[in-house]
Design a protein. Structure first.
Length: 74
């Protein structure tokens, strides 16, 4: 099992990826031109975002277990 510091690092990196992916999804939602292409890109970006958010939740749960169930906030 990973250490708390390793999990923190992983959570931070994945959080940044999720935030970036959310930006991509919002940007694609705002575009109206090339509708077919944009819809495909939006669907792919949204699926990637969902996957990353799921991974982030799993990492946070793993960290919570590692920390003994207590959630320490900075």
């Amino acid at each position: 099992m990973a250490s708390s510091n390793e999990l923190n690092t992983s959570i931070e990196k994945l959080t940044k990826k999720v935030e970036t992916q959310r930006g991509i999804v919002r940007k694609l939602q705002g575009k109206k031109d090339n509708k077919g292409k944009k819809e495909k890109e939006l669907k792919e970006a949204d699926e990637k975002l969902s996957e990353q958010e799921g991974n982030l939740v799993k990492l946070k749960e793993e960290k919570k277990k590692l920390d003994g169930g207590s959630s320490s906030k900075r």
